[in-house]
Design a protein around this ligand. Structure first.
Ligand code: NCD
Length: 330
């Protein structure tokens, strides 16, 4: 296990993450991946601590992997389900959070359709001097830090399984293709990838990739960001291709003529991958619209697709984050 200089109580955004912090997460996740390969896949690290997942939006893999991560660390995992909770009786989110605080929660993992909700809960926990750590599991179109960290871990582990570190990605080309406009995954990946020295090429139709997106990054990392309204230049010689789901639930108006047309122009297929480096690999955070952003056969091809590896990496990376945040006892 690495000796850490980790000082973060909350993980809300990757915008201000330092290179050393990425490496601490990667190395800690590598140790937990080793734990997960043992016969007994559990360590007593967070024994007696309470991790509460509060998901105000649907989720399959993120919530399950946080809960499994908490259990593998021997924490007690509580699951808040908004549909069957007192929210329906008018309780506010902050009051809900305080209820879980009163039950002894050490770490809150929060997903909400509005950007900024995890930040608001974190600010309230700090104001009250609780010591509770808040982890953003996806807030609106803003950020999804644990997804970008598991993507980073997946990529770096592919390049050096024993010693994954962000430096390995320096000067690699990553194409991110799909619904960038609505994607918190793309925004968080923008931070982690450009911080690792990656050239990031975003590709989408103009309705899903406004020019202004380039202004997300204001520092020198902006030089490593490229926008394309066609997929081909983004794929040309790419080392990795990250595909994103078309988030129909967030599309207020008709931003695309049809899904078929989208697939024709931007769908990732074996043919299109010919443009990339010969050993290219494809990622997708899931859930996938099969045959829309990625062809079905490509998605299921383990020689090209890292989608299942991403899910597996998610548990180790989330164990690392919970371990590093370490709850109130820190
Ligand atoms: C993503 C999300 O919820 O932001 N999924 C995930 O967490 N694995 C992406 C998406 O919903 O398309």
């Amino acid at each position: 296990m690495v000796t850490t200089t980790w000082t973060r109580r909350h993980v809300l955004s990757l915008a201000d993450f330092l290179p050393t912090e990425y490496d601490i997460v990667l190395q800690t996740a590598a140790s937990f991946r080793e734990v997960l390969s043992r016969r007994t896949k559990k360590v007593p690290t967070l024994q007696g601590q309470v991790v509460t997942t509060m998901f105000f939006e649907p989720s399959t893999r993120t919530r399950s992997s946080f809960e499994l991560a908490a259990k593998r660390l021997s924490a007690d995992a509580l699951t808040f389900s908004p549909g069957s909770s007192s929210l329906t009786k008018g309780e506010t989110i902050l009051d809900t959070a305080k209820t879980y605080l009163a039950m002894g929660t050490d770490i809150m993992v929060i997903r909400h359709r509005e950007a900024g909700v995890p930040h608001a809960v974190a600010a309230e926990m700090d104001r009250l001097g609780t010591g509770v750590g808040v982890l953003n599991a996806g807030d609106g179109q803003h950020e999804h830090p644990s997804q970008a960290l598991l993507d980073l871990f997946t990529l770096c582990s592919l390049l050096d399984p024993e010693n994954p570190r962000s430096q390995l990605l320096k000067d690699k080309k990553v194409a991110i293709v799909g619904d960038i406009l609505h994607s918190r995954v793309a925004r968080s990946n923008l931070w982690s990838l450009t911080a690792s020295g990656v050239e990031v090429h975003l590709a989408a139709p103009p309705t899903l990739l406004p020019k202004l997106f380039a202004h997300t990054i204001k520092d020198e990392r902006r030089q490593r960001l490229f926008l394309h309204w066609q997929v081909e230049p983004a794929l040309q010689d790419a080392d990795f291709v990250m595909t994103l789901r078309l988030q129909k639930e967030r599309m207020g108006q008709h931003l695309l003529p049809s899904l078929r047309e989208y697939h024709q122009h931007f769908g990732i297929t074996r043919d299109r991958l010919q443009l990339c480096k010969p050993d290219v690999k494809v990622l997708h955070p899931g859930p996938v619209n099969r045959g829309v952003e990625i062809s079905s056969d490509l998605m299921d091809d383990p020689a090209l697709s890292l989608i299942q590896t991403q899910v597996t990496s998610g548990v180790a990376v989330r164990m690392a984050l919970l371990y590093l945040m370490g709850g109130r006892s820190r």
